[in-house]
Design a protein around this ligand. Structure first.
Ligand code: SAM
Length: 291
């Protein structure tokens, strides 16, 4: 989907683009390679490693902002951008580094913040949130059906001693869960906590609302999501704006004029990408065009 994302995003090589999630700069470098000397790219990320990587790009038409992508509207005017890319979630180097606390496979501190400027770590949620709030986030953001049992056990354990490491938390979940599946028992709770720590769904909603105004006519928004909660936000965000589904186009061409956005069907990775990149298995891409 890497090439498809770039091809969908860049429709004017002299245009102005934003990559909201620089990560290790794969997409940003790809976009820059397509642009002419008149084109420009601004990339965002909260992560320090991303900033270090971005500094290696010596292209005068490239700028990096170490800030939350929800603030995108502070940097651009309405109808200014030709394309905006959001590649949601966590990057591979973030998962692979035990100190960041994203992985239940490796022992590390319960952190999970995309950037050190974020106030709340996973440790403070696990040790301070009331029972009802823990149940809510495990249910809503993890779709974890044993939320209550896990939250009860967290409360009981933290009364004896603070829960501070990923291994402590993942072992607790493993011991308490009754329903066994092929997935690691901690998968859903870790996803839920990461979403809460980084306020991922709220940030995505705010960014999409801003993107609507910042895009030019014919401007493209490309969103790559990794779970149904994110994809639902993308769909719902454009439903409210009377979006038109791509598959309806040949039937109701005359109605296009009344619509503001065109949303593509979901695009998923092909077999080749799935074979070479296991983490891409849950990826979904949507392309939105401002009409
Ligand atoms: C899946 S990675 C992006 C990978 C990137 N497309 C690449 O080619 O390397 C997601 C990145 O988004 C960043 N991120 C997530 N939420 C963010 C937010 N609200 N503001 C800024 N950056 C964010 C994370 O720190 C992470 O580096």
């Amino acid at each position: 989907m890497f090439q498809e994302a770039l091809d969908s995003l860049v429709n004017d090589v002299d245009g102005k683009y934003v990559d909201c999630t620089f990560g290790q700069g794969g997409h940003s470098r790809g976009i820059l390679s397509l642009l002419s000397t008149k084109g420009a790219l601004a990339s965002f990320d909260l992560d320090e490693l991303a900033e270090i990587e971005a500094k290696k790009i010596k292209n005068p038409n490239f700028t990096f902002h170490k800030t939350n992508f929800k603030n995108i509207a502070d940097h651009f005017n309405d109808n200014e951008l030709d394309g905006i890319l959001i590649d949601c979630g966590v990057s591979s180097p973030q998962i692979d580094e035990p100190k960041r606390g994203f992985s239940f496979m490796k022992d590390g501190p319960l952190d999970m913040r995309f950037g050190e400027q974020l106030q709340m770590s996973c440790e403070s949620i696990v040790n301070n949130y009331p029972y009802e709030e823990l149940v809510r986030i495990f249910k809503e953001y993890g779709e974890e059906i044993e939320s209550k049992r896990i939250a009860r056990e967290i409360i009981a354990k933290r009364e004896q001693d603070r829960i501070v490491s990923t291994k402590q938390l993942s072992s607790l979940i493993e011991n308490v869960k009754k329903i066994k599946t092929k997935k690691n028992p901690a998968t859903k709770v870790f996803q839920a906590l990461r979403i809460e720590v980084n306020q991922e769904l709220d940030n995505l909603k705010i960014c999409l609302d801003n993107a609507k105004r910042l895009l030019k006519k014919n401007g493209k928004l490309v969103v790559i999501s990794f779970h149904s909660l994110e994809d639902r936000i993308v769909k719902n965000s454009f439903k409210m704006e009377h979006y038109l589904h791509e598959k309806d186009l040949p039937l109701i061409n005359e109605k296009v004029q009344k619509k503001e956005f065109l949303v593509s069907s979901v695009i998923t990775p092909d077999e080749c990408e799935l074979a070479s990149n296991v983490r891409s298995r849950s990826a979904k891409m949507r392309v939105v065009t401002k009409l």
